[in-house]
Design a protein around this ligand. Structure first.
Ligand code: FAD
Length: 492
């Protein structure tokens, strides 16, 4: 017999992951989702025989998923077919100018030696440090709930802080190892995944190079949608109930206790309420002012993570010169970063990312076709309209065709664009952000919005705004932290 009624607002990865954990702990869990499918930012769009992952496409930090599913006595491989990509990805610097990062470290070290004197030796040192940062971060800081400043600024942090390079910036740190700007870009690009720039993100996040080079880039056959399915089915097997196509409009609070959520067509009463929907939106739109821990003023002063301009394209015929993951780095990429974090305008000459999962997985495109997803990171809160999207569509396709010497635009049989307005409409994203809440030093760990409301006793938050932050592995960890907090608060 289940005891304790939990209502979760939103079925993103973090909502799903929290639901399964609490259901396993004998709560009765209902997940209420505004959209027609689970997964949130990781929705799946099918059209004309193509299957597009609409959000995440990199399966990184496999250890995090192993640790999560182990709580249920399972391995990720029990729930989906996982393959390690090789090459991990291709980086383009210009026309006929690219290099592949291999799944084999030795190959990468040889490559680095060809680009910079002692490149391999420098990289070994960089990766030794990144591995140390990763292990300390995982063991000491990431899987942890922060309530008080002293939880963060403890003896361990003071002792390890210098070695972890928490107070240095990533770009500055990478320069201490490498002169070659191309190598530095390869060490720094993945910071965009965390909603930051190498110039404003603590060098602690050099740990992402351990993730990239040592732990590898993986792919669930069928797409990231298969990972969503794994979480969804796991919850279902423990009795989680899912309600789709219902948008929560209000969280009703009496005294300091949340009583129910009101949707466009129903109400759900509960003992515990968890918001997986975007934190900023939920605080400002679903709660009365007196119940908001973080009112509008708070959000206005914060660094909101980038939005993205996305193109989902189904192509007739194959493309030879793309790999599964492809990155284009503009020679002056710092100008693009400036537009995202300082000037808040559309970029003139953007760097961008192209995913082509049909290189690995024939199930995501019809025969002799290619499935392409293009992502241009852009500032949140920009004026987004069809004209701007079309301008970038033409610009980026022309540029990509130049990089790979192949025609794309004449072969498009399926096309969809997605940007700020869609993020706001589909996910209730504040300022149309794709990624949520940036990872600056002042928005790390204790400084991220808390898992537990300060104003409403039985109201909690999970997902990319909370600690540890952005990205599928991080929001899964957020669910593990939260389920422990709730278990403690409710005597489980
Ligand atoms: C384009 C893109 C590419 C990315 N690439 C990667 C990648 O390659 N690898 C990686 O690890 N991460 C990537 N990320 C980041 C990652 O996808 C997110 O950090 C993560 O999925 C966020 O999960 P979440 O559960 O916190 O939130 P969400 O996925 O946003 O889930 C919140 C849910 O709440 C629902 N909701 C909102 N309001 C309401 C309401 N009022 N009532 C009911 N439901 C509501 C929403 O519909 C949504 O389903 C990417 C993100 C984007 C957008």
């Amino acid at each position: 017999m289940k005891s304790g009624e939990v209502i979760i607002v939103g079925s993103g990865f973090s909502g799903l992951a929290t639901a399964a954990l609490l259901a396993k702990d004998d709560f009765h869990v209902t997940v209420v989702e505004k959209n027609e499918q689970p997964g949130g930012r990781a929705s799946v769009w099918k059209e004309g025989g193509f299957t597009f992952d609409m959000g995440p496409s990199w399966y990184l930090m496999p250890d995090v998923f192993e640790r999560y599913f182990a709580e249920f006595g399972k391995k990720p491989q029990d729930l989906m077919e996982l393959v390690r990509l090789d090459p991990s990805y291709r980086v383009f610097f210009g026309h006929n100018d690219s290099l592949d990062i291999s799944a084999d470290l030795e190959n990468n070290l040889t490559l680095l030696n060809s680009i910079e004197d002692n490149g391999a030796e420098k990289m070994r040192k960089y990766l030794d440090s990144a591995k140390h940062q990763y292990e300390v971060a995982m063991n000491e800081f990431i899987y942890k709930d922060y309530k008080h400043l002293t939880d963060f600024f403890n003896r361990k942090l003071v002792m390890e802080g210098a070695k972890l390079h928490i107070f240095d910036k990533l770009d500055h740190y990478a320069q201490r190892f490498f002169e070659n700007p191309r190598i530095r870009k390869i060490l720094e690009y993945n910071i965009v995944f965390l909603g930051g720039t190498p110039y404003n993100t603590p060098a602690l996040y050099a740990l992402m190079s351990h993730v990239d080079f040592n732990l590898g880039v993986w792919y669930p056959m069928g797409g990231i949608g298969k990972l969503v399915e794994a979480f969804y089915k796991l919850g279902e097997s423990y009795g989680v109930e899912y309600i789709f196509n219902e948008e929560v409009k209000k969280i009703e609070v009496e005294g300091k206790i949340a009583k129910k959520v009101v949707t466009n067509s129903s109400t759900y009463e509960g003992d515990v309420f968890i918001v997986n929907a975007d934190y900023a939106y939920a605080e400002m739109q679903l709660l009365e002012k007196k119940n908001q821990t973080y009112p509008e003023k708070y959000w206005k002063g914060k660094a909101i993570a980038p939005s993205a301009l996305l193109f989902f394209l189904g192509l007739n015929g194959k493309i030879n010169n793309l790999r599964h993951h492809n990155l284009y780095f503009h020679p002056q990429w710092e100008k693009h970063f400036e537009t995202i974090f300082k000037t808040f305008v559309w970029p003139k000459e953007p760097s961008y990312y192209v995913s082509c999962p049909s290189k690995t997985d024939s199930s995501v495109a019809p025969k002799d076709s290619e499935n392409i997803f293009i992502l241009v990171p852009v500032a949140p809160g920009l004026e987004d309209n069809e004209k701007v999207r079309e301008k970038y569509y033409v610009q980026i396709l022309e540029h990509l065709e130049g990089l790979i010497d192949e025609n794309i635009s004449d072969r498009v049989v399926v096309k969809r664009t997605f940007a700020h307005k869609d993020f706001a409409d589909r996910y209730n994203a504040y300022k149309g952000t794709a990624l949520g809440f940036a990872h600056t030093l002042r928005q790390t760990a204790i400084f991220r919005p808390r898992h537990k409301s300060k104003k409403v006793k039985n109201l909690y938050y999970t997902g990319h705004y909370t600690h540890p932050g952005i990205g599928v592995p991080m929001v899964v960890i957020s669910s593990q932290i939260l389920s422990k907090v709730i278990g403690r608060d409710h005597g489980k």
